[in-house]
Write a protein that binds this ligand. Structure first.
Ligand SMILES: Nc1ncnc2c1ncn2[C@@H]1O[C@H](COP(=O)(O)OP(=O)(O)OP(=O)(O)O)[C@@H](O)[C@H]1O
Length: 247
């Protein structure tokens, strides 16, 4: 069934170009990207290795500053933004990476709690309560005091999801979240992300090579050689699909 989204634009990318390197080594990796993402949408970005997916994700996530063009996230211009503006923008986001990036010396609960430490005004007791509740939501209520080494790959990724979502972010950025997982665990992980994102009304931008999970998306964006080559609404008829905006 086709889902309706609010008209609120969360990410607006216009004529975006990005370059790595300087002087003779300067290389353009993104070419004139135009993209609008609405609140609550689940977007999967796919394409061959080196096509620029991760670069686009890191720019939208405020992990680096775009070189040229406009990239507005929650109304704030991130193209050319300073480090402190990027730090501020990152507070609205949750991040999930392939290698889960959990701290091995911290328990599941302590790892999830870290997702709240950037939020001012939450008491330590409340942090623990919310982190425990989030671990229960992802099915790890019995594992709160386990260390990452004692959890399976799928369980570790569920802790990473709990950490990313515990602060109720407006945007979740996920880079190959299923790459290290078997088919069943990968499926469970993305379905969980989808469910939680829908409950919280947050937007997901997910990069993957995993064709088995494409159906969780509302829209699939294809990248090739730094160009956005197609942008299609998964469940809608062709007229309703998002047109590529060329300018
Ligand atoms: N920090 C960097 N410095 C220089 N070049 C980079 C840097 N990061 C990425 N690139 C280059 O930018 C291009 C796009 O890379 P990117 O990682 O965004 O692609 P991708 O589509 O995510 O690839 P993959 O699927 O393999 O992760 C590639 O040619 C890559 O070599």
């Amino acid at each position: 069934m086709e889902r309706k989204f609010s008209n609120e634009t969360v990410i607006s990318i216009k004529n975006l170009n990005h370059y790595f390197g300087k002087g003779q080594l300067r290389k353009q990796v993104l070419f004139n990207i135009n993209l609008e993402i609405k609140k609550g949408e689940i977007i999967i970005m796919t394409g061959p290795s080196g096509s620029g997916k991760t670069t686009q994700l890191t720019l939208a996530g405020g992990l680096r500053s775009a070189t040229d063009g406009s990239l507005r996230v929650l109304g704030q211009e991130l193209s050319g933004a300073s480090q402190s503006q990027l730090t501020q923008a990152r507070r609205n986001n949750g991040y999930i990476f392939q290698a889960h990036n959990l701290h091995g010396s911290l328990t599941a609960l302590q790892n999830v709690r870290m997702g709240l430490e950037i939020h001012p005004g939450i008491t330590p007791t409340e942090m623990i309560t919310r982190s425990k509740a989030m671990l229960e939501t992802v099915g790890l209520g019995q594992r709160v005091n386990y260390y990452p080494d004692d959890l399976s790959g799928g369980q570790k990724q569920r802790v990473a999801i709990a950490r990313a979502l515990v602060g109720q972010p407006k945007i979740v950025l996920a880079d190959e979240p299923t790459a290290a997982l078997d088919k069943k665990s990968g499926r469970d992980v993305v379905e969980l992300m989808q469910k939680l994102a829908r409950e919280q009304g947050c937007t997901i931008l997910l990069v993957t090579h995993d064709n088995r999970i494409l159906d969780i998306a509302d829209r699939i964006i294809n990248m090739e050689d730094g160009h956005l080559i197609s942008d299609g609404n998964v469940n809608a008829s062709s007229e309703a699909s998002h047109e590529l905006v060329q300018s």
